[in-house]
Design a protein around this ligand. Structure first.
Ligand code: NAD
Length: 399
């Protein structure tokens, strides 16, 4: 099956993610039905779509007339006081992607109601970040039609989309969805239905190891951020990035991967971040997080000690490369998709596996072994695949 440009695409949930996904689909040429239970959310979504399109016009990326056509392709349904018939508008959609609140019950309820309406069986895509696609699908009569379609925020800007088949998703559903999202101009990677999928799992040490280094008093937050930015080449340091994402969101992501992996100590959340959340220091959005964003607040200066900076960067990078190797070991994704996911999804300066090979896998393994020997913690265990690659002198990218 192929979903063509003239097919109707549905989006349920008109928040940050849903409005962006609707815009992406409408820009490609689909008629889009966008539903939300809140009238305010629908109005905000259309405002955001129009604002984004106006910016594209200003930048000369799209003609004014085309921008108006794109916005007109999105039909909003539902809103305050609407009853369940608001979903009737989805009856003829070829695919519906849900981006409602992160609740298993809410997502299952929407999918089972939609399934009963479809004229022809359609694909049900979920934008969940942390729930199991298999568990969402389990409530449906046709779980083979359910697939994860995980966009990154904002969907109109970030090109990565993780396509996540559940245990019983049909190969046809996966292939059709991937082809469609590719046609929308996105970069798709295939991820297995495991906690955090690719990006949200592999990125955990970027935050977790930075927090560990800070908690032990090895360096200040400003120094760690400086090391990762100026020495490592990352666009933002871990603490400024957590403040940007929101500490509540970042803490929830870590906690969910930790719980989802049955408390693997590699993903253990930190008390430092828990306390920030307790205090309501959620980052930029509340004016305080790891840093103080209130007017006139003094920003801490990093200790620009090159040697310390290289040690911090080397430690965090080794943990990230180890995580990437483990994702390949457990067949969460292919080496090529792992590297693509981290460069396109979170803008890492290089793919982690390629970076590991550039440094020398032996060097990376040596750093992890030294950490494990020093701490005696399972948190620092080197991936068995990394050990094997070193022992056999192999490359992740050999055919
Ligand atoms: P959001 O809070 O901005 O939007 C959710 C919207 O869903 C709200 O407008 C709400 O009114 C609506 N809604 C809630 N229940 C509904 C229902 N039963 N029917 C219709 N509409 C309903 O949330 P978001 O940040 O856009 O996240 C949506 C989904 O995308 C979540 O599953 C989240 O985990 C996932 N996600 C979020 C991000 C991110 O960075 N925000 C990134 C990737 C994936």
């Amino acid at each position: 099956m192929t979903i063509t440009r003239d097919a109707c695409v549905g989006v349920v949930g008109a928040g940050v993610m849903g409005s962006g996904i609707a815009q992406v689909a409408a820009t490609y040429g689909h008629r889009v039905v966008l539903h939300d239970t809140s009238s305010e959310a629908l109005a905000r979504a259309m405002d955001s779509v129009r604002r984004n399109l106006a910016r594209s016009v200003e930048k000369g990326r799209i003609a004014e007339g085309d921008a108006a056509t794109v916005a007109k392709r999105i039909e909003t349904v539902g809103g305050d006081g609407s009853d369940s018939s608001a979903l009737d508008a989805f009856a003829e959609c070829a695919i519906v992607i849900e981006a409602v609140i992160e609740s298993l019950e809410a997502k299952q309820d929407i999918f089972t109601r939609l399934e009963a309406l479809f004229v022809e069986p359609a694909i049900l895509g979920t934008n969940t970040s942390s729930l199991s696609v298999t568990a969402i699908a389990q409530a449906c009569n046709r779980p083979d039609n359910v697939v994860g379609v995980h966009f990154f925020n904002p969907p109109t800007v970030l090109s990565l989309v993780e396509i996540v088949p559940g245990l019983v998703t049909s190969p046809e559903t996966t292939r059709t969805t991937r082809e469609l999202v590719d046609a929308w101009g996105k970069t798709t990677v295939l991820a297995s239905d495991t906690p955090g999928f690719i990006v949200n799992r592999i990125a955990r040490p970027f935050y977790g190891e930075a927090l560990r280094i800070y908690e032990e008093g090895i360096a200040s937050m400003a120094t760690i951020d400086w090391a990762m930015r100026d020495i490592g080449g990352f666009r933002m340091g871990p603490f400024e990035l957590m403040d940007f994402i929101g500490n509540d969101i970042n803490f929830a992501a870590t906690s969910s991967v930790f719980a989802g992996t049955f408390n693997d100590p590699r993903y253990k959340p930190t008390i430092t971040q828990q306390r920030l959340v307790d205090a309501g220091f959620l980052g930029r959005k509340t004016g305080r997080g790891y840093y103080d964003y209130r007017e006139g607040a003094q920003q801490p200066e990093p200790d620009r000690d090159e040697e310390l900076g290289k040690r911090i960067f080397g430690r965090i990078l080794a943990m990230l490369i180890n995580e990437a190797a483990d994702a390949v070991l457990f067949r969460i994704a292919s080496p090529a998709d792992v590297d693509l996911a981290m460069t396109k999804g979170v803008n890492y300066p290089k793919g982690l596996l390629a970076w590991g090979e550039e440094l020398g896998l032996q060097t990376v393994l040596g750093r992890l072994e030294a950490l494990q020997a020093e701490y005696g913690e399972d948190r620092y265990r080197p991936s068995a695949l990394l050990r094997r690659m070193v022992a056999e002198g192999r490359s992740f990218f050999a055919d």
